[in-house]
Design a protein around this ligand. Sequence first.
Ligand SMILES: Nc1ncnc2c1ncn2[C@@H]1O[C@H](COP(=O)(O)OP(=O)(O)OP(=O)(O)O)[C@@H](O)[C@H]1O
Length: 251
Amino acid sequence: MLSVSGIHKSFGGVQALADAALDCASGEVIGLIGPNGAGKSTLVNVISGFLAPDAGQVVLDGALLQGRTPQHISASGIARTFQNLRVFRDLTVRQNIEVASLRARQLRRDGPPMLGVDALLETFGLADRMSDAAGALPYGTRRWMEIARAMATGPRILLLDEPAAGLNDEESDRLHQIITRLRDLTRIGVVVIDHDLTFINNVCDRLFVMDQGRLIASGAPAAVWRNPKVIEVYVGPGTGTGATPAVELGG
Ligand SMILES: Nc1ncnc2c1ncn2[C@@H]1O[C@H](COP(=O)(O)OP(=O)(O)OP(=O)(O)O)[C@@H](O)[C@H]1O
């Protein structure tokens, strides 16, 4: 469904992406991981239209999307959240979700999203707080609202940029349940970037591992964590042959 291939992107002399790629099917949760500076956020910015790539293709259900505006890409069915929470602080929780839903309906021609505002409030456990100002919400609750807002655009692909950052263990478990539930209810594809490897291992069907702008491994989590290149990136040079990762990888 989403197929991203051959993506190159440089900032001046810095090559942030060099032949980067990933794909995500309907009903699948994939993880995009890699050390700081690997190019994960740049790739998500390219997919969501916030950056134009120097080369490469972003294809959603056969439509070429690279270099299109974020509005066009959102209307085509790719929604995203950001590392830093972006909410309308003075609007209520319900209004924040309604605004996203209304805007999406203006831009899209292919019918209403599968989950309406009430269903989203229910799914994210936000019904009790729907009249609260978004700016007054605790951090974790604001995060649910931000994801609910992205879902209100009726996406086929949901990109979550560090959704578990700043969440406690209980909230991370909740996030895991929410992602699984959304996937099961709507059969969307979900792309998750996160540094919390236990969370990523638990929630994702497949992982894509990047280093220095390149895809170095992809596949089921258990196989990826046995890949010498991945071990070397995560554990250190000289550990990539036959070593068992010394880190707690969960899952
Ligand atoms: N706007 C920019 N201008 C210049 N260099 C940039 C810009 N954005 C990213 N880079 C560089 O591109 C490379 C990839 O950065 P990117 O933020 O995509 O990595 P990342 O994997 O998301 O890292 P992190 O996990 O720390 O968020 C880094 O070397 C970064 O410094």
